[in-house]
Design a binder for this molecule. Sequence first.
Ligand code: ZN
Length: 269
Amino acid sequence: MRLASLALALLTATASAQTGCAQQTADAPPVVSDGPEVETLTLGASEVQVVTHRAEGAAPLAMLNLHDDEGTSVDAALDVIRAMGGQVVEVQHTGDRNVTFEVDGTSYTADPNRMFTDAGRERTLASLSTASPAALAALAAFADEVLAIYAETEPAVVVTLHNNTEDNYSAASYTEGASYASDAAAVVIHEGSDPDDFFFVTDAELFRQLAARGFNAVLQDNDAATDDGSLSVWAAQNGRPYVNVEAQHGHREEQARMIRALAEVLAER
Ligand SMILES: [Zn+2]
């Protein structure tokens, strides 16, 4: 079971990250490795690429981008790893948010951040196309493979990268009376800030540390959160600390600033 291997990799990641820090010399220039590593996965009869960018450095950052239309987040993450080191894994297909794939001649569509639990796969396939047993199985196998590739980066904390648009989903969506209020245990939105730029976390200590640094943050209610198959729900179910670095499309500098702050917080763990 691939999910088990991610859990194992996460368990061992803290030790290896610490070793990496110890070996790093302060003045060694970070070097981006010879181009990204590309793995082609099959999803039903279709192909999806998973690209891993690596840069040498001390930062304990291993980030995952699931939505192919959220390029600001990848640009920001690459800016940071070029300077500090780290890894970025991105799912690439059509440039759209959702993946469309064929099984036995039938076309299906799913949201790749709703594919990590049985209930989520059922829901995303049913709402975007049809939840046939064959499509459910293909999507489950694909989700396992994406997690296995991400696990190779040995993330001590699961870090995902997302972008949103003005006036839609934001940290404000989790405040009292808003659409996702019941999914959140706590929300901090700093006065004068843009609520589109925020951290969504499953770990109370990380929530506190990031909010204390002046960033907007939402703490998932790990017991009450809707099982929508997103990676934050998978992380809570599997006891993994999780941080989504979420910013508005085009807020590349702010998102890079958020990632750098997260790297500092993770380095202190
Ligand atoms: Zn997204």
